[in-house]
Design a protein around this ligand. Structure first.
Ligand code: BGC
Length: 466
């Protein structure tokens, strides 16, 4: 894989912006939107489901996190699925699973139906969150790979925002079933879109179908001579070796990836993304509709700051953005915690809570949001890039599950003050982790990073020029 910098540089000499590239970008976007939509939609719906099904705190947490458990399971085995069924076929299967899970959620008659259906949706999300970027990176021209990683994060935030808008639209009449049902639209788009895309040439080579791989490459690159790319693919296929993950020289990559997956989730982003309306109600917003409407602003700010962040990642670098963003997250979490000290009956509390979120969300969107997804694709050596990345994706779902499953219980036990102080403390550790261990990989080729790993350099120095 070539260097993944210059995300938005559409260098005409290396990149043909043809209909095919636009189609794959659109499919990338749909997969990300599904991820965002199906994880975000529960935030508003849960206020009404809680009442309809008379849910306890723990049952509410289970309803919210069932999707994450599904994603955790399937992302752990999606590398194997992707090899066995092929990337394109498994994405088509995932979109069908999405459809069933979505309809199941919309028609569920009790909490058990709902949890099972959301688990099924999660299975599809876990596959899409790993296989869609993998498939896209295998079929897109090298220059576009980094951009697609970033596009994925942008699409996730757009999906969350759309979910909030839909929640808002149906909130006045408490139509939570419609909130879920709208997920059918992106699922159908993914299904139809994938039917028009070719099988991954890399997967075809892996299955020994060289002629088919050659013809597909010719078609998608729109050139006749694809020999050198084919031989690159061949070379990298031979070299896949899972056991490398256990070797000491690869550990810095594992520490960086696992650390980022931990801090991206355990600094509390999804307590806001999934529970913002619940927090707003705690903070004094009287009606569910009012809380949900205010949440749409959170979703919009998330999208806008992701757009601002993406070109900056290669201009300013990963480290300054991470450190700057984490500083904002620490301050806003402390502010959120202090806001709840003034007592839940104070009218200023709700605006303080809203203000803290307005600092927290942009801080996350310019730092841990996109940069964790990018760095986990950069640090692993070629031979285990796929395995390493998929492991980090599963870890991220695992941490996401733990946070979503414990948030309300923590609020009940420690109060909102204590709970947000815990996330603030974890963010401080995250800042130190980045400061001491995260390398600057801006403008450094993936081969250079791999050479540093092989030379035994520690985490912080993986971005050194060779
Ligand atoms: C995270 C998600 C989160 C989203 C919020 C993503 O990078 O992985 O868990 O919901 O950002 O924008």
């Amino acid at each position: 894989m070539k260097q993944q910098s210059n995300h938005f540089a559409l260098d005409a000499s290396n990149t043909r912006i043809n209909a095919f590239v636009i189609t794959i970008a659109a499919i990338a976007a749909v997969a990300g939107i599904l991820f965002g939509f199906d994880t975000g939609v529960i935030s508003g719906a849960i206020l009404f489901i809680r009442k309809s099904f008379h849910l306890s705190t723990v049952a509410t947490e289970i309803a919210i996190s069932a999707v994450l458990l599904g994603a955790l399971f399937s992302s752990a085995i999606s590398g194997w699925f992707a090899d066995f069924f092929g990337r394109r076929n498994i994405l088509i299967i995932a979109s069908i699973v999405f459809l069933f899970g979505t309809l199941g959620s919309a028609f569920s008659q009790n909490i058990v139906d709902l949890v099972l259906s959301r688990f099924v949706v999660g299975l599809a999300i876990g596959i899409a969150s790993y296989v869609a970027p993998l498939y896209l990176s295998e079929i897109s021209p090298a220059k576009w790979r980094g951009a697609l990683v970033s596009l994925n994060q942008l699409a996730i935030t757009v999906g969350i925002f759309l979910a909030y808008l839909i929640d808002d639209f149906f909130a006045t009449d408490a139509h939570w079933r419609w909130m879920f049902a709208m997920g059918v639209i992106p699922a159908l788009m993914l299904f139809v879109g994938m039917l028009f895309l070719p099988k991954s040439p890399r997967w075809l080579m892996h299955k020994g179908r060289e002629n088919k791989a050659r013809n597909t490459l010719k078609r998608i690159r729109q050139v006749d001579n694809v020999d050198s790319e084919l031989s690159d693919i061949k070379g990298s296929l031979k070299r896949t070796n899972w056991k490398l993950l256990l070797q000491k020289w690869v550990w810095p990559a594992v520490i960086i990836g696992a650390g980022l997956a931990f801090f991206q989730q355990c600094t509390g982003i999804n307590t806001i993304i999934y529970y913002a309306p619940t927090i707003f109600q705690l903070a004094g917003f009287k009606t569910a509709a009012g809380a949900i409407q205010t949440t749409t602003i959170v979703g919009l700010v998330n999208v806008l700051f992701t757009i601002i962040a993406l070109p900056l990642i290669d201009r300013l670098g990963r480290r300054p953005l991470l450190l700057f963003g984490l500083t904002g997250m620490i301050l806003s979490l402390i502010a959120m915690s202090l806001a709840f000290y003034i007592g839940t009956d104070s009218p200023t509390l709700k605006w303080l809570a809203f203000g803290s979120m307005m600092l927290y969300i942009p801080s996350f969107a310019i730092s841990l949001g996109p940069i964790m997804w990018l760095i986990i694709t950069e640090v692993f050596p070629l031979e285990i890039r796929g395995v390493g990345t998929s492991l980090m994706v599963s870890l991220s779902w695992g941490f996401n599950f733990i946070i979503a499953q414990t948030f309300l219980t923590l609020i009940q036990g420690l109060g909102a003050r204590g709970t947000f102080m815990i996330y603030a403390s974890i963010s401080i550790l995250g800042w130190l982790f980045v400061y001491f261990l995260i390398p600057e990989t801006k403008g450094i080729s993936l081969e250079n990073i791999e050479a540093n790993l092989r030379a035994g350099l520690g985490c912080r120095h993986l971005g050194n020029h060779r």
